[in-house]
Design a protein around this ligand. Sequence first.
Ligand SMILES: N[C@@H](CCC(=O)N[C@@H](CS)C(=O)NCC(=O)O)C(=O)O
Length: 215
Amino acid sequence: MPKYRLHYFPESGNSYKLALMLTLCGESFEGVWTDFGGGVTRSAEWRRDVNPMGEIPVLEIDGRRLTQTAPILLKLSAQYGRFGGETEDEKFELLRWLFWDNHKLTGYMATYRFMRTFTSSPDEQVLKHFRRRLDDFLSILEQHLKADAFAIGARPTVADISMMAYLHYPADEHGYHFAASHPAIAAWLGRMAQLPGWKSAYDLLPGKRLTHYAK
Ligand SMILES: N[C@@H](CCC(=O)N[C@@H](CS)C(=O)NCC(=O)O)C(=O)O
């Protein structure tokens, strides 16, 4: 049985993607809380010893350090035979949403939420720009989920795990009230939370939290 160690911080939706995938596959992991707020991942030592890309999360599998959630999710999906695509078309669709998530949805939401909520004096113009982009991405996802229960159809896949991660955090962190503004997204988040074994990020990723500045 592989031994997993996850380097994380609780507000990291990217860490949550891996914690949730392992949990839904019935696996446990050792958490390594990392002082992201204190700048540890920017230090030369951490980049030399843990991740030269300077990013959280890092998943150690039997001592081998892996980074980038998308290929890790795909690897776990293949290993456990869960949350993958079955046909060529499904596999293509899954990758399409996974890439879109990494570039657009997670890329902007993670940056927006961090700046909005976890920094002391965010630049209002930059926030406005991110918010405008996110409004567009969320409306794209909303339209898609009006037609399909999950990203690629009737079954949840790692594309859903990836896309839901940042959206499931409390509204006072990302500033969206999906039940009112994006009902199809809210319903999909509800469907994901019904998966057997599902837990929220703050249940799976304990430890000291970043200072919450947003009003
Ligand atoms: N594409 C990466 C994104 C990882 C990422 O951006 N992690 C954040 C924390 S959740 C980070 O470490 N950011 C550091 C930075 O952007 O300098 C993945 O999927 O693992």
